[in-house]
Design a protein around this ligand. Structure first.
Ligand code: C2O
Length: 546
């Protein structure tokens, strides 16, 4: 591989959407941000220079960061933030991954506007395990706020209440024609007939799982989170924040007498079928004969907001390719098992104050095993590496919930969370199984759980209580999907496995930013192995200080 050099200047940019102009935070004055393009095996060096007044970090979401934990990016986990007028160079090699990922800011809610695609092409002389596409198009889903998203989250955390929702969903930064004052801000995908396009779908939204569909066109899923999947056809995609999905779009053999809407709408929080929670773009055949003819616009049908069965079905279709060339290294035996409840809860409101949480004496919180994770004011991995973990973190994260959990469909009495900065310590190369059980105590959203530094195999999923005596017998240990972000269904569970073969401190959290902010996050500490390439390397000299 070669080395690819990038400079990301974090700078202000004036952007107008929905007739509101804001000075947003951007990379290199682009919104969405520029693509990072590399081949499998390449080394990537990105110098990030902070020209804004906020502290910032960038996370290369889904990059395994083998031997390069200092380049992962979550603030106060693997690094202190880059302060105003400072810079930091992220330096990593792309090992054993190919497809689409995303980069985004990883501090507070700055990823609302600081995000972009990571495109990993196969090595030279290697081809895709599917038809070579005529063109490749990144499609990034996001959210637009008419106000500063930092004000939205700080207000929510101060009052203990829920945050204001965004004003629009976007496709490649554009809300599309279904919102007021927005028709000129519409993403148009211009295609030719009889061709195959590779759409690199990326959900960079802060807080919504999204459905995506293109009217009268079916999509073939071929890759998820930078691993190839067994291909399957679908009319609709569900994609959670942090997930990426590559799909093939075959255009119609001849010029059709129509144009087609592509539409994106949230799972579980939207309203009607096409309303102001729908973002849309247009699939436009470049008509050589009649370019000005006004063709009818056909709308796709999207699943209803509570399409839980569709979602379970759809996510169950993902299988890794698991062939000789791209084997699935699924742990067949497990050294360590963890059972984690994930979900929303409450914590007591500070004395003599009124909160806007579920009651006026409580505020919203979220937790893993009833622990609401508190970020320290220094970096966890620095504290670990320099032997200064005393007073920063503890290593007694509970392997099972503090309050026993039994899902009965109604809220059980274990909503109160405790705050703490607790890590799970894993010996190098431990084979780990994690069952994530949603508590569905408040709200009916599923939780897209994201693990840093690893891909995991989703060996099982189900509704209701996970049954440790029956469910493991049904696990798929042959060709489960390999991802870095997987949705824990509302009122259900998923089980995943991975080998802890990458030393360092690795964050795991719900990729709905509001749930992360409320504490649905924790971290793993993976110890060094015996070999020279199995140790956390010394930090680079420009690693920011807190
Ligand atoms: Cu995409 Cu910890 O984040």
């Amino acid at each position: 591989g070669i080395t690819r050099h990038y400079t990301f200047n974090i700078e202000y940019l004036n952007v107008t959407r929905l007739c509101h102009t804001r000075n947003i935070l951007s990379v290199n004055g682009k919104f969405p941000g520029p693509p990072l393009v590399a081949r499998e095996g390449d080394r990537v060096e990105v110098k990030v220079v902070n020209h804004i007044s906020n502290n910032v970090t960038i996370h290369w979401h889904g990059i395994r960061q083998i031997n390069s934990g200092w380049a992962d990016g979550p603030a106060y986990v693997t690094q202190c933030p880059i302060q105003t007028n400072q810079s930091y160079t992220y330096n990593f090699t792309i090992v054993g991954q190919r497809g689409t990922l995303l980069w985004h800011a990883h501090i507070s809610w700055l990823r609302a506007t600081i995000y972009g695609p990571i495109i990993i092409l196969p090595k030279h002389n290697e081809s895709y395990p599917f038809e070579k596409p005529y063109k490749e198009i990144p499609i990034l889903f996001g959210e637009w706020f008419n106000v500063d998203p930092e004000a939205v989250i700080s207000q929510a955390l101060q009052t203990g209440g829920g945050p204001n929702v965004s004003d629009a969903y976007t496709i490649n930064g554009l809300p599309g024609p279904l919102y007021n004052c927005s028709s000129k801000d519409t993403f148009k995908l211009k295609v030719k007939p009889g061709k195959t396009y590779l759409l690199r779908l990326i959900n960079a939204a802060l807080n919504e799982e999204l459905f995506f569909s293109i009217a009268n066109h079916s999509l073939t899923v071929v890759e998820a989170d930078a691993t190839y999947t067994k291909p399957f056809d679908t009319d609709t995609i569900l994609i959670a924040p942090g997930q990426t999905t590559n799909v093939l779009l075959k255009t119609k053999p001849h010029f059709p007498n129509a144009t087609y809407l592509m539409a994106t709408r949230p799972y579980f929080t939207g309203r009607g079928t096409f309303d102001n929670s729908t973002t849309a773009g247009i699939l436009l055949y470049k008509q050589p004969l009649n370019p000005s003819k006004n063709l009818p616009l056909i709308k796709p049908s999207l699943p209803p907001i509570n399409a839980t069965n569709f979602v379970a079905n759809f996510t169950g279709k993902f299988r890794s390719l698991a062939n000789a060339k791209f084997p699935a290294n699924v742990p067949q035996k497990v050294d360590k098992k963890f059972f984690f409840t994930v979900g929303l809860g409450t914590s007591p409101c500070p004395q003599n104050t009124t909160c806007q949480g579920p009651s006026n004496t409580t505020k919203f919180a979220a937790s893993v095993n009833n622990i609401s994770f508190a970020l320290p004011s220094v970096s966890l991995m620095q504290a670990y590496y320099f032997g200064q973990s005393n007073g920063v973190f503890k290593t007694d994260f509970p392997a099972t919930p503090l309050n026993p959990f039994n899902y009965t469909g109604t809220p059980p009495n274990n909503t109160i969370v405790t705050n703490g900065t607790k890590l799970v310590v894993l010996k190098f190369n431990t084979s780990v199984e994690v069952v994530l059980q949603d508590t569905s105590i408040l709200g009916a959203e599923s939780h897209p759980l994201h693990l840093h530094g690893y891909d995991f195999f989703v060996v099982g999923q189900g509704f209701g209580n996970f049954d440790p005596n029956k469910d493991p017998a049904k696990f798929n240990l042959v060709d489960p999907v390999e991802r870095n972000t997987a949705g824990v269904p509302a009122g259900g569970w998923i089980a995943f496995r991975f080998f802890a073969d990458n030393p360092g401190v690795w964050f795991m959290h719900c990729h709905l930013d509001i749930h992360t902010s409320w504490g649905l996050r924790m971290a793993w500490l993976v110890l060094d192995g015996p070999g020279p390439n199995q140790k956390l390397q010394p930090p680079p000299s420009d690693l920011p200080k807190c």
